[in-house]
Design a protein around this ligand. Structure first.
Ligand SMILES: [Zn+2]
Length: 111
């Protein structure tokens, strides 16, 4: 799996006391993106996109980004329609984790 949506900790949302119930986020549904309003919330805990960059026997290297609109996702009006897209500028640097941790994340299916 090279891209997946999982819950993670976002320091920016935490600092801004987000997410708030009803705020929009996006998530991967198969190969397509869906937008949804968030329900029950825990401060600083938000949907994230995890992107696999590379992996070897012991370690996985990935990037992640918060999927809340107004944080890692930007909202623009195009042809009078709201268009949501990933704000690449907010993407994390490359993060290294163990294969075991990565596999645990893969198994943790919130979305
Ligand atoms: Zn965030």
């Amino acid at each position: 799996m090279t891209a997946m949506t999982r819950v993670g900790y976002c320091p920016v949302c935490d600092e801004n006391q987000r997410p708030k119930r009803g705020q929009l986020y996006i998530y991967l549904n198969g190969d397509s993106w869906e937008a949804e309003a968030i329900g029950n919330t825990t401060r600083g805990i938000t949907p994230h996109l995890y992107l696999l960059i590379r992996a070897n026997e012991n370690f996985v290297y990935y990037k992640k980004i918060c999927l809340m609109v107004g944080c890692g996702v930007k909202s623009e009006t195009i042809d009078n329609k709201q268009a949501l897209s990933i704000d690449e500028n907010k993407m994390s640097g490359i993060i290294k984790t163990t294969t075991a941790n990565w596999n645990a994340l893969v198994m943790l299916k919130d979305f």
